[in-house]
Design a binder for this molecule. Structure first.
Ligand SMILES: Cc1cc2nc3c(=O)[nH]c(=O)nc-3n(C[C@H](O)[C@H](O)[C@H](O)COP(=O)(O)OP(=O)(O)OC[C@H]3O[C@@H](n4cnc5c(N)ncnc54)[C@H](O)[C@@H]3O)c2cc1C
Length: 394
């Protein structure tokens, strides 16, 4: 089989790229290791930057998001029993969209299927060949046989545990493992607040978030080696009540738990994001701790750039945008990496109860809620810097 762009991975990055290429008349094949049901029900991120939501609209997959998603014009920081609202709309003129990643994935798959674009699930043992040539080949197993796709370019959009990153011979990995993890739950309960609540408490961080008017998503800071067995539902609710309490009479609504899981907190940045005709996008190249809600947004930002670069190549033979991709994408990656680290560091309790770290974090949070400049910095990072910002350094 032959195509122009071979894409490994049908997460938000791979699927959106295929869609953006299709809009420019560029053919692609998307290869996914899992089955359709699995990828459509994988609960992960849920906060879309202003520009991310706009990108989905421009790609023609924003209708259900606009109908069912929740627009948030601000967020709440809670510490010392006080709640402080950061008004995104007033500070930046932008907001965020709360819409589950699995819903974005469903919309993208439906659009791909509707236009008859190639999207192959349950492929195994994906391998890449000829990446330094002009005709790389992706090989994979399917239905008991070995198949291949010849292409002009290969996009590694196969997430943090994918195979693509391993094909970069001179990769530098920048990494930070945080000394805590998040225990996340999805509950069948209406959200207890209209907007997200990021709470810093002596027992540790808690986040109150939502996926819809009937589904609440919440997180608790736990130890990195924590076992779910130690967290029966009653203990989770008790801890959420404690950490999310404030002096305004906040009431947390409970409901049956639909899922619970523990996610480690890690920052990882791979550089460069390209080797020969292989380009990495999304979690394949970088991951951030979820405190800044940047993971999926970065994946979308990467493929916006890639779609533009590949469009320039096919429409006008331009190589410059492809050559600039890794450096350009990395600028936004590092900005988001810093923001995610900053949010994580200031909102979590240091596991060794270091009083110096505690005082510094509280000093930062107090600064954010008393200084318009600091509040604006948080708001513009959270709602997402304009994509043009990525090019300003050039
Ligand atoms: C458990 C978890 C919880 C998260 N929670 C949050 C959150 O609360 N908030 C937030 O902002 N972000 C969160 N994130 C981050 C966010 O979900 C990711 O940044 C986002 O999924 C990145 O999209 P992607 O398309 O780059 O990668 P992915 O969504 O990981 O997609 C990669 C795809 O490639 C497929 N694949 C992997 N290997 C192969 C292979 N060899 N061959 C073919 N296909 C392959 C995978 O099955 C997957 O479908 C979370 C991530 C994880 C892992």
């Amino acid at each position: 089989m032959r195509t122009q762009v071979g894409i490994v991975g049908a997460g938000p990055a791979g699927l959106l790229l295929a869609r953006l290429l299709e809009a420019q008349g560029i053919e692609s094949v998307v290869l996914e290791a899992r089955d359709r049901h699995y990828v459509e029900h994988r609960v992960r991120a849920g906060v879309l930057e202003h520009g991310c939501a706009e990108t989905l609209r421009e790609a023609g997959v924003g209708a259900r998001m606009d109908a069912e998603g929740l627009t948030h014009d601000g967020t709440n920081l809670r510490f010392g029993l006080k709640t402080h609202r950061i008004d995104f709309a007033e500070l930046t003129g932008r907001g965020v969209m709360v819409y589950g990643q699995q819903e974005v994935v469903k919309d993208l798959i439906a659009a791909r299927v509707a236009t008859g674009g190639e999207l192959r699930f349950e492929v195994g043992d994906v391998a890449l060949e000829g990446l330094e040539s002009e005709q790389p080949v992706i090989t994979y197993s399917r239905d008991g046989g070995r198949e291949s796709v010849e292409c002009d370019f290969v996009i590694g959009a196969d997430g943090f545990h994918g195979i693509s990153r391993g094909y970069l011979p001179d990769l530098t990995a920048y990494e930070r493992n945080y000394p805590f993890a998040w225990l996340g739950i999805l509950a069948e309960a209406p959200p207890s607040a209209a907007e997200l609540i990021y709470a810093r408490h002596a027992n540790g961080f808690a986040l109150h978030s939502m996926r819809s008017p009937t589904i609440t998503r919440m997180y608790l800071q736990v130890a990195p080696d924590e076992s779910l067995d130690e967290w029966p539902d009653e203990r989770i609710w008790a801890e959420l009540h404690t950490r999310l309490a404030d002096d305004s009479g906040f009431v947390l609504t409970e409901g049956p738990l639909l899922s619970k899981g523990i996610t480690p907190m890690r920052s990882f940045v791979a550089s460069p994001m390209r080797h020969g005709r292989l380009y990495l996008a999304g979690d394949a190249a970088h991951i951030v701790p979820p405190t800044g809600a940047k993971g999926m947004n970065l994946a979308v930002a990467d493929v916006r750039l890639l779609a533009r670069a590949l469009g320039g190549y096919y429409a006008a033979g331009r190589e410059d945008l492809l050559a600039a991709y890794s450096d350009t994408a990395s600028r936004r990656v590092w900005r988001s990496t810093h923001f995610s680290w900053w949010m994580t560091t200031n909102l979590h309790k240091s596991p060794d109860d270091d009083p110096f770290d505690e005082a510094l974090a509280l000093a930062q949070l107090n600064y954010v809620v008393t200084s318009r400049a600091m509040a604006t910095a948080l708001a513009e990072n959270y709602t997402g810097l304009p994509y043009e910002h990525d090019w300003y350094y050039r």
